[in-house]
Design a protein around this ligand. Structure first.
Ligand code: SF4
Length: 252
């Protein structure tokens, strides 16, 4: 029979466990040091958010450089008051390695204004801690420069809430696997939250990003090396054909 008919995938906890198991086999233990978040996880909430803002839509390598440059400029601690001693242009220059530096500088300064208000950080942390995950997510979206992914990174990685942040790698992999019918942040988030156990969210999030960087790359994914291929929609519809015609990934 010509062509390939994608098997109907039942999105279940069993499938989630299997995906996680395969990702672990392929990528082993995750080294948090590869992520800029590792530098700011134990710092103040303001500092953590600045780290996340610097890592939006750029590589962790560039975010690391920008964050280190900012720390150096501010004498070691990224505190709102110190940040406010900078103008937007000066700050943009300091964080240049992250790219989109004017936009980021504006956000970091707007957040600094908020966080420099007396007890703001304390009050915010308290209200986020007691709120349910969706309520806390909506509250964070009200803040400057915070979109759905940044909100979820803060909730999962800083406050230990049960949410699943979706970055560009995760969106691409989820779509290629055929787990979603449209590429929407909240559909992808919900899919992973339904098929994984809450205790697995952080590990799965980091493993999927690693998988997107190493194997399921945006251009020319290395499907032959991927243990998810037996039920991957993309591979079965396109990747297999592409590899056969180009000899990609074949041993030489
Ligand atoms: S088989 Fe290919 S497209 Fe599918 S998840 Fe693996 S690398 Fe990505």
């Amino acid at each position: 029979m010509e062509g390939y008919i994608h098997k109907v995938i039942v999105l279940s906890r069993d499938l989630g466990s299997l995906v996680l198991e395969k990702l672990r086999e392929m990528h082993g233990d995750i080294d948090l040091e590869e992520f800029v978040i590792s530098m700011v996880r134990k710092r103040s909430l303001y500092e953590f958010i600045v780290g996340v803002v610097l890592s939006q839509n750029t590589s962790d390598k560039n975010a690391f450089k920008a964050y280190e440059s900012l720390c150096r400029a501010l004498g070691g601690a990224v505190e709102p008051q110190r940040v406010l001693s900078y103008g937007i242009k000066e700050l943009a220059e300091v964080i240049k390695p992250a790219g989109m530096n004017n936009v980021r500088a504006k956000v970091i300064l707007e957040l600094a204004k908020l966080f420099s208000e007396e007890s703001f950080e304390k009050r915010l942390k308290r209200s986020l801690s007691v709120a349910d995950p969706d309520e806390a997510h909506r509250a964070l979206l009200e803040m400057p420069g915070i979109g759905p992914k940044t909100a979820d990174v803060i909730l999962l990685m800083y406050l230990g809430k049960n949410v699943f942040p979706v970055d560009t790698h995760i969106a691409r992999i989820t779509e290629r696997l055929g787990f979603i019918s449209r590429r929407s942040y909240y559909d992808i988030r919900r899919t992973w939250m339904e098929i994984l156990k809450p205790a697995e969210y952080l590990e799965a999030h980091l493993l999927l990003i690693t998988h997107g960087r190493r194997i399921c790359r945006s251009r020319k994914p290395l499907c032959t090396n991927c243990s998810l291929k037996s039920w991957c929609k993309y591979f079965n519809e396109k990747g297999q054909k592409h590899e056969e015609s180009t000899g990609a990934n074949s041993p030489t």
